[in-house]
Write a new protein. Structure first.
Length: 94
């Protein structure tokens, strides 16, 4: 088994602070509570630059949220992604 499995890969050339649009794919049934939980999670980490907004999604099973975020360092970025991955209904965060 690979010892690095589950460990984020260090990306060379990324300079902090970094700002980008985060996207979250989730189970559509969890929309209301997830939007609030995502906003709270990002705000607590000082990363949110705007409120999460709904993006168009195909079908009725999954939804998509987007939010501009800013991270001052790699550790806070990884901690935020880990916390978002724990939220109910989240399938992926990009």
């Amino acid at each position: 088994m690979d010892d690095t499995q589950g460990t984020p890969t260090r990306v060379e050339g990324v300079e902090y602070p970094v700002e980008f649009e985060m996207r979250v794919i989730y189970l559509a049934d969890c929309r209301d509570e997830l939007t609030l939980a995502l906003e709270r999670t990002l705000t607590e980490r000082g990363a949110a630059l705007e409120r999460p907004r709904e993006l168009p999604a195909k079908g009725a099973k999954y939804g998509r949220l987007a939010c501009r975020v800013r991270f001052d360092d790699q550790e806070s970025l990884y901690a935020a992604y880990a916390a978002i991955g724990e939220l109910p209904g989240v399938k992926a965060a990009l």
